[in-house]
Structures are given as C-alpha cells and as structure tokens.
Ligand binder design. Structure first.
Ligand code: HDE
Length: 753
C-alpha cells in the first residue's frame, strides 16, 4: 500500500475499512519511529524548526519572538503522544473487549483525550469577550527623561516589544465584529522594568465617572437577562433606560452614535488611554498625561447599513482584515501622542481631568508625538496568546502612576481580580503571553498551576538564610508618587463632575454635516428599538441639552415631540474654553485616504475585456490595494480577447459589502451574464448606497441605470465617486485618487437608490 497522503484519499489510519488491510491494529512499527534527535537543540522550538516559526520581524526590529520561543511547539515530523508523552499507536479506536464489545474503563488514552476536551473552554471575558491580537513593537522618537523614567521612553530609537488586543465590548466571544460598539485597544508593553498595560479604547471618554456604576452599565447593555437578547447591540430597552437616567453618559453616547463605533478596520481607528495618568521622572517630579494612538492609515468608518450587512457574510470582518494585512506584510502602525500638563493647568480647566467623561480639547493641550507602534506578527495560536493574554490597568512600571480618577481606581482592582476566575488562579502572570521579559523574583509561592520552580528554603523577607534576597530595590524600584491627601472620607463627587453636556455639544458641533446626519440616524435607529416610550422621551430630553437641532431630528425620526430639556445637575454651568475642535471629526482629519490595503472587486464574466481587467488590477496592486476578480461563480472565464481569467471569488461567497470599491470592466455588452444577474444590480446599489467609489467601463452606464444609480449628486454636480472609463489609463488613475474615501455627499435620508 502506498502510504503517501496523495495516494490515499481516505484516513490512512483506517486503511482496513477500505479493504487495504484486514487488521484493526496499526501495522507493526507504524507511527512509532523515533524522530531523529536534533543534536544541540535546547528548546522545543529549536527542536521543532518549521516555516511557521520563520515569521519573524525584519532585521533591526527586535520584537518579542524571543521569550515565547521556548514554549512554541510544532508537530511537523513528530509522533503523537498522550499528555504524558506516551506514544499513541491508534488514534481512531477506543479499547474494547472484542470488536463489538463494550469500551473499557482502563482506556486511559481515550479518557485523557475526552477529559481534556471536556475542559478546553475557559470563561470568556465579562466584557470585551470578542477580540483579536497581534505582536509588534513600540519605538521611541526621543528620550522623555525630563517627564518620566518609564523604560520605553528612555532613549531615541529604543524598541519595546508589545502585544495588542482589539475588541468589541458587549458581544460574546463569537459575536460579530461590526456591531455598533466601543472598541477596546489594549497594549501590553514588555518593558525592561516589567509589564506596562495601557488598556484603552477607540474613544477618549467613558459612559460613567465612578467604578461603582460599572456593573450597572454592563448589565444594562449586555443581552437582557430574561431572554438573552439582543446579542452585541445597544439598541434595546435596558441600555437606553440606564443611560437616559445617567446624564453623565451623554458625551460618550455622542461618540457611540457616531461612525467611530463602526470602524472600517482595527488598523484604521484611534486609541486612547481615557483616564488622566501621571508621569514621574527620576527626580520624583510629576506631570499629568493623556495617551493618544493615531493610525497611520487614518481613521475611517463603515456605513451603518454596510456594517449590519457585513455581519452576515463575514462576522470576522475585522479579525480577518488585521490578520490578512499582517500576513501580507502590510504592518499596521500607530503614532503615540501625549497631552502633558500640570496640576495647575488642570485646576484652570472648566472640567475636571479626573472625570473620564471629559476630554482635554487639543486646542487647550496639544498632542505631541513621542513614538510609533508597529504590529508585525500574527499570533501562532489564538487561545494561547489572544485568549489568555491578561491586561491589567494595575500593571504600571516605574515612571508611570495613577491619578485619583474614581473610574480608574475600580479598574486597578478589577482586572487582576477577573483573571483569577477567567484564567483559573493567581499564577496567570506565568502564562507565556503574560510573562514579563525581565526576571521576576519575590516570595509569592504556590497556587494553582505554578510553573516556576523556586529553589531554596527561604520564601520570606527579611531573611538571613537567603542572604536577604530578593532584596528591595529602594529608589530604583516603583515609588508611588507622594500625592498629598487631606480630606474626610465620604461618598460623592467634585462639583465639575456634575456638568454633563458641554462636551457632548462640543463633539456634535465639531462634526461635518454628514457626520451629524449619521449621529442623528444612529440615535433614531437605536431609540426606535426601545419599546417603552417614556425611555425614548427621557433620552430626547437629554439630547435637548446637547443640541436643539439634533433633538429635533431624532424626535422627528421617532414621530415624537421634543420634550422639555432635562433639568441640569449643576446650578452654574461653566463656560467651555472651546466651541469646536477639528480633532473630533473623522472627516476633518481623515489621515491617509489612499487605497493602500483596501479591497476592490473587479466584476468578471465570459466576454470581459481582459486588457482592462489587467490594467485595473496592475494599477491597484501598484497602489498597494487588494484587487479581487469577482465572477458569477469562481473559476475560469473567457475574455473578449480569447484569453482566460480565474475568478477569485463569486457574488455569492463574497458579497459587495466586503469591498471598498467596485470596478465594472467593459466587454461584450458589459458581459451579458452579469447584466442578467439581479445580484449584480444589488451589488452596484449597495456600493452606491454605502458611498463607495465605482469605476465603470464600456456601456456600464446602462448597468448603473438599471440599478437606478444617478451619477449626479443631490446638488446637481457630478458625483466624484463614480468614474467612467472612456480613457482607460486616465480613468484608472482618477479612480484610485478617489477610491480610498467615502462619497457621503451622495447620501440622502431615506436613500434614493
Ligand atoms: Fe475594562 N474591563 N473596565 N474598561 N476593559 C475588562 O478585564 C472594568 C474600562 C477595557 O483585550 C475586564 O480582562 C471596570 C474603561 C479593555 O483583554 C474587566 C471598569 C476602558 C478591555 C474590566 C472598566 C476599558 C477591558 C474584562 C470601570 C477604556 C479588554 C476582562 C471601572 C479606558 C482587555 C478583563 C483585553 C476588559 C473592568 C472600564 C477598556 C472586568 C471595572 C474606561 C480594552 O476587568
């Protein structure tokens, strides 16, 4: 019998069932040859050299591949064993008393396999359950020694390995990526002085001011407890009931109802540390600081209807996008910026910097770039890395300290605490993805699943039997900033915390008309899902304090009147320093609006003009975009010139919502097959509705007409997002110039097409 996989289109270990062999036991010697010993290999990964381990950073980028190497395993050319290392001879059959007899209890191999399987799930994160991670590095632009002694900022060009996890908040582990939601943006810096976790979000503010309200918020937004609906959605009664009773959430609601809550990609969203943190330098001097991550590709969003439709064909849309970009060597990059200010500056602001529902407008404290972060390696194993990574706000390093933000205080407790349940004990710091890259020595001992083998009899301090080790680091260690506290213990909050609307107004007033329309549309959609009219009315009363215009639009969309504005909690409303801020509008600061890494569908069918396809494909590839040939079905189609093209995807397996742009090449009456396919018309309509750019050759204008698409904007001017390919070369160039952004000007409410 030829045992090569190609020659045996069946389970080679069950060959007897296919008449090759009558034996029910493995052939003698089969599956038990000892692998040749790798002389000199000292780690599992060295013994298991394979291509997978070759996915390393380019030269000069010393990322965190080193510390994980000893635990990376690869089964290539290895025999199968039990968890105890016992070679397994037959992985197909349980041990039985006779071929038709009962299975035997002593089959430890079956029992080990099933027992392990029975326990292979761990609890999902109570929030941020759905996420995707990647490895990379942070590189410092210039030393910040005057501000902080934190290790990553000590020298120009210093590189610190990082692991980053992006997430949605409300949905369960398997929920859709494109829900309207806040995105988590958690960065673990493996510094020389221990791990620093900057556990942020893609929005710079939060719903609540005090950790005391966090369980209430999460219970309100998660699926309702009686029937566990809806999944990964805030559009339901309990969420709006809660937030309408918590006016402090109004500012965050503006962000959540904006397009920031439906990012185009994890690679195209900002990140924020949210709280005010503290930097402390070697002299013990302190400055207050806010952290900002700005994506190199710019901040871009989906259209709401598109986000809803993507959730069907590709619930993994963001996970896939991140994975594919890194595999393709298109490493996502962010710049880290800081807002640095003093306590005296903070005292002068009209808001409290300890209040996480407030930003510090960039007009008051500019953001200074201090370094960049590049993600350049996908995890080897989702569970081992992305699922087991444990971010904790309590993980700070010398030079970084907390402020008295009452939301942060609760987080410092919560993250460590939650890992004890999720990861099954207090030793989660030893799981390879969580382990620091610097040595760890203390007298903490034992606990479930201890990995370290502590030598000697001393596990206390002071000691003389162990030479006094490990010894305290003194001033070289983490020294808490000696912030004076001289107040009575009490429950409550400072006066400025009671101002809830100024910055919600600032946010709304800083948006472009298109962005404002999307915010109004999102409130309308969400509140239309609220079944209790009094909750809708209460929310409208809150919005009336933000903007009369917004409240009126939302009320109109719900068929309601705008009620009296909700009474304000603060007697004298402080005057805001800033009325509009460009930094708050994604469209005002789109960053790079190019086509790099964007996905394009080129429709093909028999009779397609092959030369056009080739030209478009080549130009898109040159621009760093990802063109896909989209057929009525996958496989070969004939070009007008008599050549052949191989369609990568079909209208059925990759619907148009998964693409940033669409190209209809000419040829044979624009490919008769496509014109007869109703899905093509839907495809074109959706591209148009979601304001993406279209490039149409030949008599494709007839196809647009059939789809009801008008190439003029509501104001009568030509739609710059629809390019006609009369002169192929010029058309392709002008298409690429406009195809990286959305053409919102064509949007009407309700849609025309
Ligand atoms: Fe979290 N949060 N959070 N959070 N959070 C968790 O920790 C919590 C808050 C954020 O990819 C949990 O390991 C409290 C703000 C991210 O693994 C938990 C409060 C911000 C992630 C927890 C907040 C965040 C979490 C759940 C209010 C932005 C995912 C599992 C006092 C600055 C990290 C876990 C990852 C995860 C608690 C508020 C961001 C329960 C008590 C504000 C990105 O510990």
């Amino acid at each position: 019998v030829d045992a090569t996989a190609e020659a045996m289109p069946f389970n080679a270990n069950k060959r007897f069932e296919y008449g090759y062999d009558n034996a029910h036991a493995p052939l003698e010697g089969e599956g038990v040859e000892a692998p040749s010993d790798d002389v000199g290999a000292s780690t599992l990964s060295e013994m298991n050299e394979s291509d997978k381990l070759g996915t390393r950073a380019a030269a000069g980028e010393p990322v965190a591949v080193g510390p994980l190497d000893p635990v990376r395993t690869d089964a290539t050319a290895r025999r199968m064993t039990t968890n105890q290392g016992v070679p397994v001879s037959d992985n197909q059959h349980s041990l039985k008393a006779g071929l038709r007899g009962p299975a035997l209890l002593k089959d430890f191999i079956l029992r080990e396999k099933i027992t392990h399987f029975d326990h292979e799930r761990i609890p999902e994160r109570v929030v941020h359950a759905r996420g995707s991670g990647a490895h990379g590095f942070f590189e410092c632009y210039a030393p910040l020694t005057n501000l902080t002694r934190a290790a990553p900022f000590q020298a120009k060009g210093k590189v610190t390995p990082v692991f980053v996890r992006f997430s949605t908040v409300q949905g369960e582990r398997g929920s859709k990526d494109t829900a309207r939601d806040v995105r988590g943006f958690a960065v673990k810096f493996y510094t020389d002085e221990g791990n620093w976790d900057l556990v942020g979000n893609n929005m710079p503010v939060f719903f609540i001011q005090d950790a005391m309200k966090f369980p209430d918020l999460v219970h309100a937004v998660k699926p309702e407890p009686h029937h566990q609906m809806p999944q990964a959605a805030s559009a339901h009664d309990t969420f709006w009931d809660f937030v309408s009773l918590m006016p402090e959430s109004t500012h965050m609601l503006m962000w959540l109802m904006s397009d920031r809550a439906i990012p185009r990609s994890f690679r195209m969203m900002q990140g924020f540390g949210v709280h005010t943190f503290r930097f402390v330098n070697a002299q013990g001097e302190s400055r207050l600081v806010k952290f900002h991550w700005t994506p190199k590709l710019g901040t871009h969003a989906l259209a709401w209807e598109e986000a809803v439709k993507i959730a069907g064909p590709d619930p993994d849309f963001h996970r896939r996008d991140l994975w594919e970009a890194i595999e393709a060597g298109e490493y996502p990059e962010w710049e880290l910026g800081l807002q640095v200010f003093t306590e005296e500056d903070a005292d002068r602001f009209s808001f409290d910097v300890l209040d996480s529902t407030k930003i510090i407008p960039e007009e008051l404290v500019p953001v200074q770039p201090v370094g960049r972060m590049v993600l350049n390696r996908n995890p080897d194993n989702f569970f081992a890395e992305t699922e087991q990574v444990a971010f904790c706000t309590a993980h700070v390093v010398p030079g970084i300290d907390f402020t008295n933000d009452p939301l942060l205080a609760g987080r410092i407790h919560s993250y460590v605490d939650t890992q004890i349940t999720r990861l099954g004990g207090p030793n989660f710091h030893e799981i390879p993805i969580n382990a620091p890259v610097c040595p760890v020595h203390n007298n903490q001992r034992d606990g479930a699943h201890r990995q370290a083998v502590h030598r000697g009899r001393v596990a206390y301090e002071p000691n003389s039997l162990g030479g006094g080790c490990p010894f305290q680091a003194g001033a070289a260690g983490f020294v808490s900033f000696p912030e004076p506290v001289a107040q009575d213990e009490l429950r409550g909050h400072p006066e400025k915390f009671a101002e809830h609307y100024n910055q919600a107004t600032l946010f709304y007033d800083s948006q472009s008309p298109e962005e404002q329309a999307h915010i109004a549309g999102a409130f309308r959609f969400e509140l239309s899902k609220v079944t209790v009219p009094a909750v809708r009315a209460r929310m409208l009363a809150g919005l009336a304090n933000v903007s009369a215009d917004l409240a009126a639009q939302v009320a109109d969309g719900l068929g309601m009147e705008v009620p009296e504005p909700m009474p304000r909690a603060i007697a004298r409303v402080p005057k805001p320093e800033v009325r509009t801020s460009e930094a708050l509008s994604m469209l005002a600061r789109p960053g790079d609006p190019g086509v790099r890494t964007r996905r394009f569908a080129i429709l093909v069918a028999d009779g397609v003009d092959g030369a056009t396809v080739e030209a478009v494909q080549g130009a898109l590839l040159d621009a760093g975009a990802v063109p896909r040939l989209m057929g009525v079905r996958i496989g070969v189609c004939a070009t007008a010139e008599g050549g052949e093209l191989d369609a990568d995807a079909s209208l059925e397996n990759e619907p148009g919502v998964l693409f940033d742009g669409i190209i209809v090449p000419g040829g044979d009456g624009n490919m008769a097959a496509l014109r007869q396919d109703a899905r093509v018309l839907d495809y074109l309509k959706e591209q148009y509705r979601h304001c993406k750019a279209l490039l149409v050759f030949g008599d494709g204008d007839a196809m647009l007409e059939a789809a009801g698409i008008d190439a003029t904007l509501p104001d009568g001017s030509a739609d710059p997002g629809i390019v006609f390919g009369d002169d192929a070369r010029r058309a392709i160039a002008s298409y690429i110039a406009v195809a990286g952004r959305r053409h919102w000007a064509r949007e009407t409410d309700p849609p025309r097409v």
